[in-house]
Design a protein around this ligand. Structure first.
Ligand code: 13P
Ligand code: SF4
Length: 361
């Protein structure tokens, strides 16, 4: 049961009082239809607060993937972005999954399979002993090329358990840094985006590989050239300004922010780990959480006794879901919003996602 109410939304100035009756009417209609049609609504922690309020389950991308396998309802209307809905279908293909808006994409997910195959071939030619890990923020065809998927909550654990010296980490270059630090591997920065030149790339990484060996590190993390446009835009200055203004505030960042910010923060966490961190520290009163705004709004509503600095940024893809398109999808089940993956690709992606679930626990 969500703690988000219309009163808390109005009080928190997230909803204008004139808008409240319209939102309550939409909530009533969605809840009634959901019961009548036996539908399930999962939502990512970044969804708008009024969408999270009617969800059956809210979580980070790992929790949502795990939940996908335990949904008994007739169909799912997934309030998140496309790769999440696709992951839900991948793990339980017998049950239809709909996405309320086809604009709900992700700036990390557009990775070309051929580029991944080329990079794997390059590493094989170098004689590297590596596993390919793909962040769940990818589509099924890329997941299928990997040894295991991961999310921001378990990337380092999985890298440590895959049993290979090196990791090819696709596609988030910043989370790749987090994996390198936590597993004591050398971080190898990505090549130039959209211009992989093996010679130039070797000139970049060879001295770093030697340096890693000199330091006795346990291997290397080869970072891909992807980044989340929301988190990658955050700058060190954001943290310096905050620290100067309030040295006592706890600064939490998502693993998708740049390495410099990860080094300056008090904690680097996934979205649900951020929620748990705030709950576990009642003595801390002021937080700056550098991630997408949907999560901060929810934390403010759930913890009115705490203060959250407005350091967040909006992800337009997460905000493509509205109560209107959610209701429409629940009611009409438009064929074009049904998310499917060709079976031969789905099988490979499911293998990588299941490996993640197994290794993370
Ligand atoms: P989480 O796995 O932490 O929920 O992150 C998903 C995401 O899209 C971050 O931008
Ligand atoms: Fe993708 Fe970034 Fe939006 Fe998350 S916040 S869905 S990683 S674009």
């Amino acid at each position: 049961m969500s703690l988000i109410t219309i009163d808390s939304l109005v009080k928190g100035r997230n909803v204008h009082p004139d808008e409240a009756p319209r939102i309550v009417a939409l909530w009533d209609e969605i809840r009634q239809l959901k019961r009548e049609r036996n539908a399930f609504i999962p939502a990512h922690n970044y969804q708008a607060a009024e969408v999270q309020a009617v969800a059956d389950y809210c979580g980070d991308s790992f929790e949502l993937a795990v939940k996908s396998r335990a949904i008994a309802s007739e169909y799912v209307v997934f309030c998140g972005v496309r790769f999440m809905a696709e992951g839900c279908h991948t793990l339980a293909p017998e049950r239809p999954v709909y996405l309320p808006s086809l604009d709900a994409l992700c700036s990390l997910a557009e990775v070309d399979e051929d580029d991944v195959l080329e990079r794997q071939e390059f590493l094989r030619a170098l004689g590297r002993d590596f596993s390919t890990m793909t962040y769940v923020n990818t589509y099924a065809s890329v997941k299928a090329l990997s040894d295991s998927c991961c999310t921001s909550s378990n990337a380092a654990t999985i890298a440590a358990r895959l049993g290979k010296r090196d990791i090819l980490f696709v596609p988030d270059q910043n989370l790749a840094y987090q994996v390198a630090i936590k597993t004591k591997r050398m971080y190898l920065p990505p090549p130039d985006p959209n211009a992989f030149h093996p010679k130039e790339y070797r000139a970049l990484i060879d001295p770093l590989i030697r340096e890693g060996e000199r330091q006795g590190l346990s291997g290397c993390v080869f970072a891909w050239e992807g980044a989340c446009h929301v988190h990658h835009e955050m700058s060190e200055r954001d943290i310096h300004v905050l620290r100067a203004q309030d040295p006592e505030a706890v600064i939490i960042v998502h693993g998708e922010v740049r390495p410099e910010l990860q080094r300056l923060a008090d904690a680097v966490l996934s979205t649900s780990q951020m929620v748990k961190y705030v709950e576990a520290h009642p003595e801390k009163k002021r937080f700056a959480v550098l991630t997408e705004c949907g999560l901060i709004v929810r934390m403010e509503l759930e913890h009115p006794d705490r203060q959250f600095y407005k350091t967040c940024r909006l992800c337009q893809y997460m905000k493509a879901t509205t109560l209107e398109n959610l209701l429409e999808t629940l009611r009409d089940r438009p064929a074009e919003r049904l998310i499917t993956v060709p079976e031969e690709v789905r099988v490979g992606a499911a293998r990588a996602m299941l490996r993640m679930i197994e290794l993370a626990s």
